[in-house]
Design a protein around this ligand. Sequence first.
Ligand code: GTP
Ligand code: MG
Length: 452
Amino acid sequence: MRLLTLGGHVGFDSLPDQLVSKSISQGFSFNILCVGETGIGKSTLMNTLFNTIFETEESGHYETCVRLRPRTYDLQESNVHLKLTIVDAVGFGDQINKDERPIVDYIDTQFENYLQEELKIQRSLFDYHDTRIHVCLYFITPTGHSLKSLDLVTMKKLDSKVNIIPIIAKADTISKSELHKFKNKIMSELDRNGVQIYQFPTDDEAVAEINAVMNAHLPFAVVGSTDEVKVGNKLVRARQYPWGVVQVENESHCDFVKLREMLIRVNMEDLREQTHSRHYELYRRHKLEEMGFQDTAAESKPISLQETYETRRKEFLCELQKKEEEMRQMFVNKVKETELELKEKEKELHERFETLKRTHQEEKRKVEEKRRQLEEEKLAFNRRKAAVEAMQAQALQATSQQPLRRDKDKKNSKGMITKSNVEPLKYGSWWQAIQCCCNCLVKNPTGQERFL
Ligand code: GTP
Ligand code: MG
């Protein structure tokens, strides 16, 4: 390429201005994620940072799980429009199940939404509301001891997905010397556990110096308040205590000004850029690799999207065929198994039927036998009945001749009626005995023999 000099003013030096005016008309979006335990001062700090009162509601300590609550506001400063989204991690640090998963999922979902928009045939990225998180303000509780394991685990999970700026909240509750030690402890713990926090960039000459100085002040110890207190003859934002006033914007009282300077006034664009070029790129790469896309094939040969698509399609069809074959085989095996089972069952049923048939025949035979016996008994009974009736007839006959033969009978009887201890039987008694006999025979055919 040759370097040429222009003969006069052409006008493309206005390109940066064109870019600026285009950006201004388009507006900006900035998304902040606030992670910290309930009541640590998240909302107060947001109000203090943007010098306004965002609508907010206090969270209780009894949330069943961590949930993300985004709220979007339209802000304007001079002629610049800012679509600001503040996302609160409600219930964080309160749960027994200290799970950072909902936060990670939320960040991933925003990346996924952007990726889906990018992959659309008809994209509208120009007016797309970008909800990707540009910065995570991680509120550390001012214990003066060390970081909680929850803080370390959460920051470790988030550091590859978002720019983390750790801040010590409610810094007015910790003494100056303790704060210094606490800051050092936090930084060494983060370092030891390999947690990557956001570093203010030092590659741009204009801001390199201030950013380098500010990097050494991390984590910022902040105080938030929207109350105005009269100090001297000036109204300043401060927290008033019985023993004195903590001024929010006084650098010897806290690092609020440093945070505002770094977050909003110097590095807002870098945070947006880092989100897109580092964190989103990482997400996109993993996602596309998961889908089977790659830039280079075997032996580092470049491969186009079309080629990758074709290869993947072929692989997919092969896999589909294999699965289909497997399914078919499985189906055949299943049918065979079922057939075998049914045969088994049929055999079993047949055997049962045969057994039942045998039992039935046996029982039928027994019933026949019983019937035969009963028939015989009936015949015997009828015979005996006839005999008794005959006896009855004889007895009747005898009764009609009784007056003549009473004395003779007494003498001719065979012992039974002539015994001295038995009363001589009268005709009435004979008749009763025979009747009794008959009754017994009728009622008790089997016992009659004994009776007779
Ligand atoms: P949730 O949204 O309910 O989780 O609470 P939060 O984290 O938004 O806390 P919020 O801003 O509502 O503040 C809770 C309490 O802490 C309020 O009483 C604030 O006045 C107080 N507070 C906020 N910032 C500070 C601070 O820097 N120092 C001190 N001492 N108190 C503060
Ligand atoms: Mg709040």
